[in-house]
Write a protein that binds this ligand. Structure first.
Ligand code: NAD
Ligand code: LMR
Length: 328
C-alpha cells in the first residue's frame, strides 16, 4: 500500500501533479490538501477509474493530520509563484512560513515519509524543512529532497535545441541550487557526449539557469511553470516510489543535506562546506543511497560558474536555517 499526499493540491502545479499521481497506478491512496478548493479537485479526480482512492481535505477538522497520517510520500508545491520582475528569493517572505507549517505537520503525522519540496525558493525552503524536522527529532536526510528535476528536464530540451536530436537522448547533470546562477549545468559531462559550439555556450548556460524566467515572462503575471513542473516533479516522485519498491540503479538529481547522505561528505568538501547542494543521487528502498560527486571532472569554465553558485547558495541556506533557529 502506497499513500501519497500533495500539499497545495489545488494550485497550478498541484492539480496536474495530482492528476499524474492519480493515473500512475503507483499509489493506492492519493490525499489532497490545500487551503482552498480541494473538495472540488478531489471529487473531479475521484471519477478517474484508476486504482488510487482519492481523499481531499481543507484545514478545518484536522484536515492536515488526516491528509498526512499513513503517508509514504509527501510532495509540497504550496505557496505563491513569481510574477515578472520577481526573484525566487522574493517569495521567501510568504512561502517560508507556509513550508514551515506544512513540514511541522509532516514531522508530527508521518515523520518517516519521503518529503519532496517544490515550493520556492527551494535553496532556502529545504533548509527550513530540515530545521523543522530537526526540532522534532525526526530529521532523516536520506528522506528529504529539494526538487530540482525541472532544471534537468529543461537542460536536456535546450541542449537538443542546440545540437539536434531528441531531448530524451541526453542526460545533463545540473548541480548546485534552484535559482539563476546557483543552477550549474555541467555540459562537459552530458551523456552521450555533445559538442556545444563555443559561441553558443554562454547562451545555452544562461537559458538553463534562467529557463524559469522565460515561463514567468510568457505567463505575464499569471504565475510560473506549472505543467512542466508537474511533469518533472512526478518524474522524481515516480523514481523514488520505484526505488523504494526495489528497482535498482535509479539516479535522480536532487538538492539534499550533504552530511546525512552517503557520499555527501565528499561533495560537501568539494563545494566549500555548503550543507545543501544538488547532485545526481542514487535512490534505494530508504531514499537517498549515494550522492555522486561530479566535481573532480569539471572544466575551468564550469569552475567559474560554480564560484558564483557557492556565493549565492551560502546566503540562501543561511537565510532558511535562521528563519527557524531564530524562532527557537
Ligand atoms: P499556485 O498559486 O498556482 O498554487 C499554490 C497553491 O498553494 C494554491 O492552491 C494555494 O491555495 C496553496 N497554498 C497556499 N498556502 C497554503 C497552505 N498553507 N497550505 C496548503 N496549501 C497552500 O502556485 P504554483 O504555480 O502551483 O507554484 C507553487 C510553488 O511552486 C511556488 O512557490 C513556485 O515558485 C514553486 N515552483 C517550484 C518549481 C521548482 O522547480 N522547484 C517550479 C515551479 C514552481
Ligand atoms: C521554475 O524554475 O520554473 C520555477 O522555479 C518557478 C520560477 O519561479 O521560475
Amino acid at each position: 500500500m502506497v499513500k501519497a499526499a500533495v500539499l497545495g493540491a489545488s494550485g497550478g502545479i498541484g492539480q496536474p501533479l495530482s492528476l499524474l499521481f492519480a493515473v500512475s497506478g503507483l499509489v493506492d491512496e492519493l490525499s489532497l490538501y490545500d487551503v482552498v478548493n480541494t473538495p472540488g479537485v478531489g471529487a473531479d479526480l475521484s471519477h478517474i477509474n484508476g486504482k488510487a482512492k482519492v481523499t481531499a481535505y481543507l484545514p478545518p477538522n484536522d484536515g492536515l493530520q488526516k491528509t498526512l497520517e499513513g503517508c509514504d510520500i509527501v510532495v509540497i508545491p504550496a505557496g505563491i509563484p513569481r510574477k515578472p520582475g520577481m526573484s525566487r528569493d522574493d517569495l521567501f517572505k510568504i512561502n517560508a512560513g507556509i513550508v514551515r507549517d506544512l513540514v511541522t505537520g509532516v514531522a508530527k503525522y508521518c515523520p518517516k515519509a519521503f518529503l519532496l519540496i517544490i515550493s520556492n525558493p527551494v535553496n532556502s525552503t529545504v533548509p527550513i524543512a530540515a530545521e523543522v524536522l530537526k526540532q522534532h527529532n525526526v530529521f532523516d536526510p536520506t528522506r528529504l529532497f529539494g526538487v530540482t528535476s525541472l532544471d534537468v528536464v529543461r537542460a536536456s530540451t535546450f541542449v537538443a535545441a542546440v545540437v539536434g536530436g531528441s531531448p530524451t537522448e541526453y542526460t545533463v547533470p545540473v548541480i548546485g541550487g534552484h535559482s539563476g546562477e546557483t543552477i550549474v549545468p555541467l555540459l562537459s559531462q552530458v551523456s552521450p557526449k555533445v559538442d556545444i559550439p563555443e559561441d553558443q555556450l554562454d547562451a545555452l548556460v544562461n537559458r538553463i539557469q534562467f529557463g524559469g524566467d522565460e515561463v514567468v515572462k510568457a505567463k505575464d503575471g499569471l504565475g510560473s511553470a506549472t505543467l512542466s513542473m508537474a511533469y518533472a516533479g512526478f518524474k522524481f516522485a515516480k523514481s523514488l516510489i520505484e526505488a523504494a519498491g526495489g528497482k535498482s540503479g535509479i539516479v535522480e538529481p536532487t538538492y539534499v543535506y550533504l552530511s546525512g547522505v552517503p557520499g555527501g561528505e565528499e561533495v560537501k568538501e568539494a563545494v566549500g562546506g555548503l550543507d545543501f547542494f544538488a547532485v545526481p543521487v542514487e535512490l534505494g528502498p530508504n531514499g537517498a543511497v549515494k550522492a555522486t560527486n561530479p566535481l573532480p571532472q569539471v572544466t575551468d569554465y564550469e569552475k567559474s560558474l560554480l564560484k558564483k553558485c557557492y556565493e549565492g547558495l551560502e546566503g540562501n541556506i543561511k537565510k532558511g536555517v535562521e528563519f527557524i533557529t531564530a524562532q527557537g
